[in-house]
Design a protein around this ligand. Structure first.
Ligand code: ADP
Ligand code: MG
Length: 706
């Protein structure tokens, strides 16, 4: 479905055509109302009902002119997905006709039935009321499909008592917290022009495409997004070259349409082919303010899936759809910017920008070291557990990459060495003290670092491909806000600012430089070295999630008014339950496939071979091979069944546990181990039986045929 001829229509006509952007608001709203909205976006004012009425009318007229019949408050419950509740604009007039209505109240507040979304005990089901409230910082947009056009209003989701029930509320609060502390630091540094500091994010999204024909025959992919069985084809990833020609056109057409669909809603996407694994691709939009980037990324994931289906393909967003080939992540590029356009992580030329850069990057390093466990927990999902610590994604150890030249500069400051002598670039005088001048090119790259500085931003590379980026960004923001707060406290009290800057950097970096690592993050030496440095290495998701209810973290979130203790506890439970649920489904489908598909298929095949061997024995002495193969397969089938029985027992045991943490641990331990044993037998069998005796398409079809 696409009524725009995207080959002929110029991009300029399409871009943002389905987005109620600020530009459109400026065009369609009275000047004073537009000014009000901008002030609300900047956090300077509260939204009033009078202003909302005017905006709602303009939004409605625009949406209806584009064919919309319905509107929905679009929100992000803790499932990690987006949710919608559609209402139509139609209002009966009493004389058999209708008018199209949409009030200011309907724009700013919705009342979905909250009982079906996870709340982690924050809201009893009889008290199912929850509200969605318009998030003015992210633009409304139109969603079009075969059934029509819907106006989608990005909202935050809160309970009747004001508890955060979604991922957006804490994100917005964390942005406010960071804004407040970053502004204090900037003001103490003498900046009087910045009125607001935004965190900016540009997420690079990875995904796989699979032919729908093969996908439909794999219940595991259908139900869990992951193949629980499958052998990596002999030639693995090199085979890509061979298929490149045929992949190219189908995927190129898909990508072009994907871009256009995203451009329509104002998402500046540029797709690119990704060469890491076969049939794996990447899309990266241009960065924006975090709340917009979070919404945009949810839409990107959704759009990838709908557009793929139009082309007879299924997109897989799971972190590890295939064993033995690279998984998918999401690189969360993160920085801080002032409302007047200064990137606070951009190295500068003059003394002020230089000092500012060094101070803000120091704050990030300290935050990553102090809150490494928190950052690690932001990516603790069952899907991502297959990546972290495996040889393809950043390890479970959180470290910062800085590159040679910058590390040298920080080391020199910390060690009190005269930076002019060591940093070849010279120094910048700051009154009595001096800071090193920054080298021109600070952006060397390291693909193995979980938190890499890439010239003017940090790239958090541990995030899983299917995750909402709201949570990782909330945690980064609040951690950095805390360190900036402490810096601001010191700076505001100090007489000699330049001396204070120097001392803060020196003290902070000396204490936290253990988190800086420029070497190969995938190596075994690093694991040992990190342990020596005292850096945590938490491999399992449930263990990692425990951080959320630690005293230190709860205090941090309460101090910055991001989440309360009660809200943190509810999230801890929800994430544990989600982890267990995912593995419960995976184990269940595994048992089903092993028992109902693989076991009968391979037993039948072994019997057939045995029959062949007997028939061959009548005409030739040479029937040993058939007999031997039949025996091997039959006995492996027996082992498969035995492991399946063990998995059933482990699963039954895990299902009975009531305590969420103990249950998640059981899934992480016994259930996963039993699953690996079943898989090992099945994958060995797949290698032994004839292609058409195997009950579903294998990796070769899934990974190489598009
Ligand atoms: P890579 O080499 O990792 O592909 P790119 O330069 O292409 O890096 O950028 C990757 C992502 O980082 C893009 O989405 C880009 O918009 C984003 N990005 C660039 N600058 C910033 C910034 N200041 N803040 C946040 N994201 C940024
Ligand atoms: Mg990148």
């Amino acid at each position: 479905m696409s009524e725009i001829d995207f080959i002929k229509t110029p991009v300029s006509e399409i871009y943002g055509s389905n987005c109620f952007s600020n530009a459109l608001m400026r065009e369609r709203l009275p000047k004073n109302i537009y000014k009000e909205i901008r002030a609300v976006q900047a956090g300077e004012k509260e939204l009033t009902l009078e202003v909302a009425e005017v905006v709602a009318a303009a939004m409605r007229d625009w949406a209806i002119s584009k064919g919309a019949t319905h509107y929905t408050h679009w929100f992000q419950p803790l499932t990690g997905l987006t949710a919608e509740k559609h209402d139509s604009f139609i209002a009966p007039t009493g004389d058999g006709r209708v008018i199209m209505e949409f009030s200011g109240k309907e724009l700013i507040k919705g009342e979905p039935d909250a009982s079906s979304f996870p709340s982690g005990g924050l809201r009893a089901t009889f008290e199912a009321r929850g509200y969605t409230a318009w998030d003015v910082t992210s633009p409304a947009f139109l969603k079009q499909d075969k059934t029509g056009t819907t106006l989608c209003i990005p909202t935050a989701f809160i309970s009747y008592y004001g508890h955060a029930l979604d991922k957006k509320v804490p994100l917005l609060r964390s942005m406010d917290a960071l804004n407040k502390q970053a502004l204090r630091v900037l003001h103490a540094l003498g900046n009087t022009s910045a009125k607001r500091v935004y965190t900016t994010v540009g997420p690079e999204q990875e995904y796989f495409l699979v032919d729908k024909f093969y996908f439909d025959q794999r219940p595991d992919l259908l139900l869990t997004g992951r193949s629980v069985f499958g052998n990596v084809p002999a030639k693995g990833q090199e085979m890509e070259d061979q298929y490149f020609g045929s992949i190219k056109e189908r995927v190129a057409v898909f990508m072009r349409e994907l871009n256009y669909e995203l451009w329509k809603v104002g998402i500046s996407a540029k797709t690119q082919h990704n060469e890491v694994a076969p049939n794996q691709f990447e899309i990266a939009p241009i960065f924006s303010s975090t709340s917009q980037a979070v919404d945009a990324n949810q839409l990107v994931m959704e759009t990838i899936q709908t557009v793929a289906l139009r082309h007879g393909m299924q997109a897989l967003l799971h972190e590890k759809p295939f064993a033995g080939v690279n998984g998918s992540g999401k690189h969360n590029n993160w920085s801080m910017s002032t409302d007047d356009g200064i990137n606070l992580l951009e190295p500068g030329e003059n003394p002020e920008s230089n000092a500012r850069f060094l101070l803000f990057t120091t704050a990030v390093i300290e935050a990553v070291d102090r809150y490494a466990l928190l950052l690690r927990s932001s990516v603790a999902t069952s899907g991502n557990e297959h990546r972290l610590g495996a040889n393809e994604a950043p390890p479970a150890i959180v470290s910062v990459f800085f590159g040679g030249p910058l590390t040298e500069i920080f080391d020199n400051i910390a060690d009190g060495k005269n930076s002019a002598q060591s940093a070849s670039t010279g120094t910048i005088q700051l009154g009595v003290t001096s800071l090193p001048k920054l080298p021109k090119d600070v952006s060397d790259r390291n693909r193995t670092s979980p938190f890499a500085f890439t010239g003017n931003k940090f790239e958090f590379r541990m995030v899983g491909s299917s995750q909402s980026i709201a949570t990782p960004n909330t945690y980064i923001n609040v951690a950095v806000a805390q360190v900036l707060k402490e810096f601001a406290d010191k700076l505001e009290k100090s007489g000699d600012k330049n001396k204070a800057i120097h001392e803060i950097i020196k003290e902070s970096y000396s204490k936290h430089r253990r988190v800086v690592f420029n070497g190969n993050g995938y190596s075994d030496e690093w694991v040992k070295e990190a342990e020596r440095r005292g850096l945590p290495n938490i491999k399992s998701a449930p263990d990692s999630l425990q951080t959320l209810v630690s005293t230190e973290v709860v205090q941090l979130f309460e101090a910055h008014h991001v989440l309360t203790k009660e809200e943190m506890e509810s999230r801890f439970h929800i994430y544990l339950e989600k982890y267990s649920k995912q593995l419960n489904i995976e184990a269940g489908i595994m048992i089903e496939l092993a028992r109902k598909s693989i076991f009968p298929a391979v037993s039948g095949y072994a019997a057939e071979l045995a029959g062949d061997a007997a028939a061959l024995a009548a005409i030739s002495a040479d029937s040993k091979a058939q007999e031997k193969a039949a025996k091997t397969i039959a006995s492996l089938a027996g082992e498969l069944e035995a492991e399946t029985v063990k998995l059933e027992a482990a699963l039954a045991g895990a299902r009975e546990i009531e305590d969420a943490f103990a249950q998640a641990k059981m899934f992480n331990g016994k259930v996963k181990t039993a699953m690996a044993a079943v898989r090992e037998k099945a994958d060995a069998l797949e290698k032994l039986v004839a292609r058409d005796a195997w009950p579903f398409p294998g990796y070769e079809d899934l990974l190489f045929r598009l």
